[in-house]
Design a protein. Structure first.
Length: 288
């Protein structure tokens, strides 16, 4: 019979949100350009772009949740969604590879000061250039890696165990353990973000933001990771909300599984950042 579904794939109905998301992304990037050049209406354009993106995320993801609850996510669909999440995390890995590449380039091949600040070179000559060839730059105080950075490392490692606890509880049908594990993971994520914000208040006084390659690399690498922790915390909070609404079953819980994968990715990236940036990157420099 014509129109009869004889396959396991989910054919999406026409939806306006992909179009709205594309337009919102264009408006957002345009607003960012206007904002960086301090042009008129920058805040209005940027605000409209952000509002459009938030509306797109909320509505589009809500549609996906409704599809899952209505049974459209067959085993084949779930498998391909897992492939998509794996590819997304792979793209995030390459994103951080770029920051690590820049960090090791700054550290192993520090550029002459004239490439960073020509005025300083003209004032200090060869002495100024020799100072720029050290990494971290001479006179720069770094954060103690065995203080707050180590504490945040332990927090993220603990959060990896709590999200695994939640996952195994879900697989075994223990919804109470699922909720407790998610609550613990979210609390640890919020604690990590709070400690990093507190750390930045001290780092700003030590690094003079943007004044050298060390501070630029430090803030870009750790700052983007902090943003990913914030996104992961929101991701898990949505899963917690859905768990209270009775979503997820031991056999169908891709939304939670994707959040857990993302959180473990954030944990692993931090371990590399802690070793490369905090310990190796600041080795031998005075402690702030």
């Amino acid at each position: 019979m014509a129109g009869t579904k004889n396959h396991d794939y989910h054919i999406l109905a026409p939806d306006i949100w992909p179009f709205v998301g594309s337009v919102s992304a264009l408006v957002f990037t345009t607003g960012m350009v206007l904002f960086m050049h301090e042009m008129a209406s920058a805040h209005l354009v940027l605000g409209l772009g952000i509002a459009g993106l938030i509306a797109t995320f909320f509505s589009w993801f809500a549609n996906i949740v409704r599809e899952a609850e209505s049974g459209d996510h067959t085993p084949v669909v779930q498998l391909h969604m897992r492939y998509g999440m794996i590819l997304f995390i792979a793209s995030e890995v390459m994103f951080f590879v770029g920051w690590f590449w820049a960090w090791f380039d700054f550290a192993l091949f520090p550029a002459p000061l004239e490439y960073v600040d020509g005025v300083t070179t003209s004032l200090f000559g060869q002495e100024g250039e020799s100072l720029a060839r050290t990494f971290p730059p001479a006179g720069l105080e770094v954060l103690d890696p065995l203080d707050l950075p180590l504490l945040n490392t332990l927090i993220l490692l603990c959060s990896g165990t709590t999200v695994t606890w939640a996952h195994h509880s879900l697989i075994q049908g223990d919804r109470d353990g699922l909720k407790k594990g998610l609550w613990a993971t979210i609390a640890l994520g919020v604690l990590f973000t709070g400690i990093q914000a507190y750390e930045y208040t001290h780092a700003l006084s030590a690094y003079s933001f943007g004044g050298n390659t060390y501070s630029s690399g430090f803030y870009m690498a750790t700052g983007f990771h902090g943003f990913h922790v914030l996104i992961g915390t929101i991701f898990l909070a949505v899963c917690l909300f859905r768990s209270y609404k009775g979503h997820f079953t031991p056999r169908q819980h891709f939304g939670f599984e994707a959040a857990a994968w993302y959180w473990h990715f954030v944990d692993v990236v931090w371990l590399f950042l802690f070793i490369a940036v905090y310990i190796w990157g600041g080795w031998g420099a005075p402690i702030h």
